[in-house]
Ligand binder design. Structure first.
Ligand code: SF4
Ligand code: SF4
Length: 382
């Protein structure tokens, strides 16, 4: 167990503060954008003078609402996100006070489930969809994505009435890179053995990255890093584990909690709520539009093909963080991450790194069974 970290309540207490900030911004006419994915460049949103929050749902209680419209056999993240919007827009009781603060959703064409959900979402909130090439490696794909982000910028200019200058974009790129550098600092601290902080604590912090303003988030991460640099004995001495796979949106911490209850120590997450969100910086020394297009298409999401970069990165991270095993986490019915597991498993096997595959939803019915499998895995790698 980590000692109690004094800086963590900053993140726990930040929700109300952020809601108040958004309410005040709206009174001043600032637009608030809701997004669902790393592929939507925050830099463009902020450069237009708008604010943004990420709407990916990790709560189980919004799923039954969504299942009144959506098929049951799709990814829980999609259902939870959609359910939260319907509930808030139809005067439900599930209390997501940030949803009524959204002016426009900026969605993205990634997996099939999300794309189709966004079509239904337009009945509840104005929705703009950013298109993405699915084979990002070619120069044509980069050109296409560049034209898409320029089109998106025009949309934001019309919405806010502000022109996005190159200077404003460069400023936001520097700001976003500053956040990423702080996260590099946080994750570098986790390379210590024992790690000064538990993975479930880091996950809860990372989930706030997508909700707080960049300034608030950076303040919290700086405080946390300063504190972690002085942790002498954390007691986090179990087998070092990497989690790799689907994002864990706010409200979903089931699997990391189980791993740590069983004695594992999560030291790195290869996911959108982990390294995928910050490892690569945007080049500050070239044309800002091209730099954004380059960097965003490098996000190694399983929706892209081929995704060799992700496989190589997982192996690199496993070695860099000196992990004993990888827990590969797939949300139920997420075919892209589920199928890509086979390539990940093969690459890790070559390096002698064992993998435990867990596919789960947001319910509690499989908690005991996952616990038994995790326990056996930890015993095997100890
Ligand atoms: S897993 Fe892919 S589609 Fe989902 S949020 Fe991450 S980048 Fe977007
Ligand atoms: S976890 Fe998979 S199925 Fe769910 S939204 Fe992300 S890419 Fe789509």
């Amino acid at each position: 167990m980590s000692p109690t970290l004094q800086s963590l309540p900053f993140f726990q207490d930040s929700y109300e503060l952020r809601i108040a900030q958004l309410q005040e911004e709206r009174k001043r006419g600032i637009k608030v954008i809701g997004t669902f994915c790393l592929y939507v460049p925050d830099e463009i949103i902020f450069a237009s003078g708008a604010d943004r929050i990420v709407l990916c749902g990790g709560r189980a209680d919004t799923i039954p609402v969504a299942e009144q419209s959506l098929p049951r056999n799709i990814c829980p993240l999609i259902k939870s996100s959609f359910g939260a919007v319907i509930d808030a827009c139809c005067g439900g009781s599930l209390a997501c006070p940030h949803i009524p603060l959204i002016d426009v959703v900026v969605a993205e064409a990634t997996c099939d489930g999300k794309k189709k959900m966004y079509e239904l979402l337009t009945d509840y909130l104005p929705t703009y969809v950013l298109d993405l090439p699915q084979k990002p490696g070619s120069p044509e794909a980069r050109e296409y994505f560049l034209s898409e982000i320029r089109k998106f910028a025009r949309f934001m200019e019309q919405l806010t009435g502000n022109i996005i200058t190159d200077e404003a974009l460069r400023r936001e790129i520097r700001s976003s890179n500053a956040t990423k550098r702080l996260l590099h600092r946080l994750f570098a601290l986790r390379k210590s053995d024992p790690s000064p902080i538990r993975g479930s604590e880091v996950l809860r912090v990372m989930q706030k990255q997508f909700f707080l303003s960049p300034d608030m988030f950076r303040k919290g991460i700086s405080l946390l890093c300063d504190e972690l640099e002085h942790v002498v004995s954390s007691g986090n001495t179990g087998p070092r584990i990497m989690i790799s796979g689907c994002p864990m949106a706010a409200g979903n911490t089931k699997v990391p909690d189980i791993i740590e209850q069983k004695g594992g120590v999560i030291v790195v997450e290869e996911s959108c709520t982990g390294t995928r969100s910050f490892l690569d910086l945007v080049d500050e020394d070239v044309d800002p539009w091209k730099a954004l297009a380059e960097r965003y298409l490098e996000i190694p999401c399983a929706c892209m093909t081929p995704n060799d970069q992700r496989i190589a990165r997982i192996v690199e991270l496993a070695k860099e963080y000196n992990v004993r095993g990888v827990v590969y986490y797939t949300l139920q019915f997420c075919h892209a991450y589920n199928i890509e597991r086979l390539r990940v498993q093969k690459a890790l096997k070559k390096e002698g790194i064992p993998l435990l595959a867990i596919e789960s939803d947001y319910g509690e019915s499989d908690t005991e069974q996952i616990g038994i499998r995790v326990e056996a895995f930890l015993e095997m790698i100890a």
